[in-house]
Design a protein around this ligand. Structure first.
Ligand code: OSB
Ligand code: MG
Length: 376
């Protein structure tokens, strides 16, 4: 598959309502959208970097520069046999897993379209629909949280994940558990606690949570291992895991008992599949996380989540929970807590280009001469 040219955009898609986590409030989703063109086909992906490095260390502006200066010029105008070969070419890049994922995922879409097969089956997936839950941001009141949790459980969502932070934890979890005794409930702290908060963490341990996601620092597996040894509730790592080697070390040292796989965080589908396989070797379940992606990233996530060991509900809930209007034509909506895999070749969704233009803030075209062409 020859990659003839590429288009990079910075897009800003307004959220229906603000999403609050322990690290900030999001009112719109800003992201890098990459289109790769070759042999009359197009592959597309979005990056999960944000403007600020507040989830992990990568940023939109940093990723844009890296992609334009070195990564895309290394790939454009050349023929690539498969995604493995693309990633071998880029294997000298240290870190920058989110930037690499953007390119790798767009190439998977392009390549599986050239094979005239859905991405899920090219990856080796085994499902036609994937089970999903919801991730509920920090709300203004316990009552608002309980109401939202109950409403989503009634819609069929299979797990309720509550964002927590110090001061917004035990009481809200208790209230949701009381309202929904049968529904799996989890919490995600996005690294807001430390071992100094052990009393609170021990209280959370008594509440029957399915797992606790990333309670401690974004880059600290050692303290997660200390905490896991003190807790009955499984810990699930998100921020800490960017490679399959990270996952192996985390599971080997019992820093966690399960892993949130975000294809955009770990460098793409190849590495996501490796994380999935490593976890399976440890008999540790995985589930597919999300980063409030538009329909493009959401479709990639859904295809990935068809792999066998994605045995717990993921975060890729209905697009209509996030956007008044998505940037793809196809609706991505759950039915009874199951998200159908988009049909067709590649990721199975198509860009709504006129709408995309209205939410595009920057646009760069890169040609085979490896020179940036004038943007808008
Ligand atoms: O930690 O899983 C996270 C959203 C943005 C950044 C980080 C996270 C999240 C979510 C929401 O939890 C997942 C989603 O609904 O896409
Ligand atoms: Mg998380």
């Amino acid at each position: 598959m020859k990659i003839d040219r590429a288009e990079l955009r910075v897009v800003s898609l307004p959220l229906l309502k603000p999403f609050r986590t322990s690290f900030g409030v999001m009112t719109e989703k800003n992201f890098v959208l990459l289109r790769l063109f070759g042999e009359g086909l197009e592959g597309v992906a979005e990056g999960v970097m944000d403007i600020r490095p507040d989830f992990r260390e990568e940023t939109i502006s940093g990723a844009l520069a890296l992609l334009q200066d070195t990564v895309l010029p290394d790939l454009l105008g050349r023929d690539w046999a498969n995604p493995e070969q693309v990633m071998r070419q880029l294997s000298g890049v240290r870190g920058n897993r989110m930037a690499l994922a953007t390119v790798e995922m767009a190439f998977w879409d392009l390549w599986s379209r050239s094979l005239e097969r859905p991405l899920s089956t090219v990856l080796g997936g085994v499902r036609e629909a994937v089970p999903v839950g919801v991730s509920l941001g920090i709300q203004n009141s316990v009552k608002a949280t309980v109401d939202s949790a109950v409403a989503h459980a009634e819609q069929g969502y299979r797990r309720i994940k509550l964002k927590i932070q110090p001061g917004w934890d035990v009481a809200v979890v208790r209230a949701v558990r009381a309202a929904l005794p049968e529904t799996p409930v989890t919490v995600d702290a996005n690294a807001a606690y430390s071992l100094a908060n052990l009393n609170t963490l021990r209280e959370l341990d008594t509440l029957g949570l399915d797992y606790i996601e990333q309670p401690l620092a974004w880059n600290d597996m050692r303290d997660h291992a200390k905490l896991q040894a003190l807790m009955g509730t499984p810990l699930c790592l998100d921020e800490c895991i960017t490679t399959a080697q990270d996952a192996r070390k985390a599971l080997e040292t019992e820093a966690c008992r399960l892993v949130n796989i975000k294809v955009g965080r770990v460098g793409g589908h190849l590495e996501a599949r490796r994380v999935h396989d490593v976890a399976a070797a440890f008999s540790a379940p995985v589930w597919c996380g999300g980063m409030l992606e538009s329909g493009v990233g959401r479709a990639h996530n859904i295809h990935l989540a068809t792999l066998e060991n994605f045995s717990k509900p993921g975060d890729t809930s209905s697009s209509s929970r996030y956007w008044a209007r998505d940037l793809i034509h196809e609706p991505l909506e759950t039915v009874g807590g199951m998200m159908p895999v988009p049909a067709g070749h590649g990721i199975g969704v198509t860009l709504d280009l006129p709408f995309l233009d209205t939410i595009t803030q920057q646009k760069f075209a890169l040609g085979p001469l490896q020179q940036p062409v004038a943007g808008r």
